[in-house]
Each structure stands twice: as C-alpha cells, then as structure tokens.
Design a protein around this ligand. Sequence first.
Ligand SMILES: [Zn+2]
Length: 229
Amino acid sequence: MMRKVDYVTMRTLAIILKKQATNEYDQLVTCYTQEFGKLTAVAKSVLKPNSIQAMHLDVFNLVDFELISGRGTPIITGAQAENSYTNIKSDLSCLAVVYLFAEIIDKLAFEYQKDEGMWNFLVSLPDHFNQGRPLVDIRRILPDKQLELLNILGYAPNLKECVFCQKTELIAYNVQARGGVCKDCFLAGRGGIVAKGNDLMSTSVLNSIFESLIERKLYSLNLSDFMLR
Ligand SMILES: [Zn+2]
C-alpha cells in the first residue's frame, strides 16, 4: 500500500530574501515569514514568459504567500505583493543597504524558527532606508540597525569589558575573540579594530563580525560599500 502524504496549506506574510533558478522554469525563493521564520519554497513555472507570480516575487517585497507543504520543499501556490517598497528600489544606496540585511538574514537565520523580533525588524527596515534619505543619515543609522540585528540573531557583542583581561576601558574590537579589547591588551599585541571616536561598533566592525559568523564574504557588501562611500 502507498504511504499517504499529508499536505498542509500554509498562509503567511513574508519578505523575500533571495531567489535562485532551479530546473528550467522554476525558482527557489528564500523568504522570512511572519508565521514560520525563514524558509525556502519553490515557485513553479515562474521563469516562463507571462508568469503572473514572477512580478510579485522580487527581492524585498512584502508578499502574502500561500504554500503547500508535504514531502520536500514547500511549493508556492499563491503570491500577492502587499508592498513592493518601490521608494527603496528607486534609490540605489537604500537598495544596497536593504540587500545587505537580506543577505545577512538569509545566511544567519535558522529555518523554521519563528521570531517576532526578527519579523518586526524586517518589516520596519524600509522606514529607515527610504528614498531620498541623505547618505549621511544612512551611514549613521546603518550601524545601529546592524547592531540591532546582531542582538536579534543572538550574537550580542561583549562591549562591557576587555575580552582578555576584563578591564572596562575599551579601545578596539576583536572579531575572532568576539569582544572589546583594552589599551593594555591592544598594546601587548592582542589584535582588534580600533574604534573611531568612542564607537566600537562602526559599520566596518559590524560587517567584519557578520562575515566572521557567516565564515565568508558578503556579496552585497561591495555594492553597499561603494554606494555609501
Ligand atoms: Zn585587556
């Protein structure tokens, strides 16, 4: 007798993080969903001309999804874009920043782990990086949001005391040791990225932290570094 597979229909809002071609006309769509956390689903026939779904599945769209889950990868049976955030996508600096966050979440969030904090972070992100935002604002907000994401992901950096000797006056951040470094330890040869001003958590430090967690380069950093220069 054939084993019966139970198919479950799932409905959720989601933000698209990544798309990859698979088979001839299909795409694998990785998204962060409100109900189930991060997941990857198949969009069937989305690469055929005249596909109605295709236009709804752009990266960083807020989409109302219907998925069928059974054996293997869930299949997208319905997708309706609720918000395409066109005001971000017409501004390359904002787009670069939003793509950077999408890549970090794609690489570091665990699948099927619902996290309301992460969902709220994602849906509010476009409010901080929308069209016409001066570069100086984006550069100022970016490290705050990156640090917030690091905390949501559960990798809060130790900024209270030196990671080597527990002194509390820190002048640098050591990515490998995952903590601040005091002047004495720094001068004694412990490595670290020296803080500019009093701020240990600059965008470049945070980018290094993310890359060390991911254990490779972030593709979207090239674009965001270039745009925010
Ligand atoms: Zn120290």
